[in-house]
Design a protein. Sequence first.
Lengths: 215, 215
Amino acid sequence: MARNRAKMTFLENNTSRKATFRKRKEGLMKKASELSILCGVAVAVIIEGEYSSVPEVFPREDVGSVIDKWDKLSQADKDKKMVNHEKYLKQRIEKAKEKLNKVNKENREMEMKELMFDCLRNKTAPCFLGPNELRDLGVFIDQYIKILSRRIETLTNNQGSSSTSVVPAAAGTTSVAMPTAAMGSSSTGFNNMIEENMNEIPNVKDFDLNRCSEE
Amino acid sequence: MARNRAKMTFLENNTSRKATFRKRKEGLMKKASELSILCGVAVAVIIEGEYSSVPEVFPREDVGSVIDKWDKLSQADKDKKMVNHEKYLKQRIEKAKEKLNKVNKENREMEMKELMFDCLRNKTAPCFLGPNELRDLGVFIDQYIKILSRRIETLTNNQGSSSTSVVPAAAGTTSVAMPTAAMGSSSTGFNNMIEENMNEIPNVKDFDLNRCSEE
DNA sequence: CTGTCTATCTTTAGCAG
DNA sequence: CCTGCTAAAGATAGACA
């Protein structure tokens, strides 16, 4: 996993597999050692090598004591803890998918936001938008206005004399059915609010899909 | 091990120790998983947590099969493989020390080389050198000249008409007792040779001592 | 094969919500 | 307690000696 990102599959090439085995075994042992030292816990690592007839074993007084404790557990406890590799990987895939969905959602939101502010700047919606996109944009703007309204309400009610410059009470909770049209004639107060928010248009986040395929 | 380098000791702070434990446990499991996949070997990791009553266990069909194989080994094989943590760390320290010595040696050599070429440039030895340093420098230059002579011999004997421009046969194998004096009146041939070598004066290498203290 | 180098990729300590 | 972020340290694949 350097120079060029390798995909996470069995290494067919004999030479490189063995080289990788040696290197990564060292790395794993080191990590185990560090975890053991930093957190004061016993750690045992057993690697059943195709390269060494005898399993490679890591640290801690003797591996036996750690193993013994494992052996003495009830079967129920073992079942609970003994995640096999496939389950482990499935768990990781699930987590990765969740993250992917979340980031995709965030991306969509941000694109919407950018689009919305573009509309405001040009006083019209981009001509490349289809009916579906326009509807989605409308829904998004509705929600956005609601959020802004709620915030305005909170701020005016709780701390009317706050130093934070907030637009008094324009563009209330009215839902905008056809937003692009509505925005073309928005009030001055609303425009001020827009100005303030212009600065915080975030960039579309990136999400590395390879991280999913790797796990 | 980010932002600021932490020393490798038990984490006294309860909160950060637990946080580190969780993070590093995940990391260790991931590494184990990867090693298992890439090299097609069975790997078992058992972590006896102070945070979980039951040991944390990693992958591979069932950990039991890996453990069983370990259990079935002869005591002799076990002793051979069952390096305890202290031994493991001592081994690493040994290796680190060897590396340190090696790098120190290289550094000294390179400093000598630089010094030598400084002498040649200025046609005299730096005034800050004590008798011992001068003697060491003399010894070094002796050796250097010998190496050069040997190379010249090889090249002139084996490929006298080679395209490689090499000084014919100056500054033979004569040992220089007081090198700085001798060099002040060196032959033109030798000076040419020096010119050629000027380009390859290497920088003094660095060696991170922290890497030793950490292990 | 065993060790060394280094450009890249991955892990993680310390913070901020 | 947990989650997410990020700068910095660590790990390592591929090439080479």
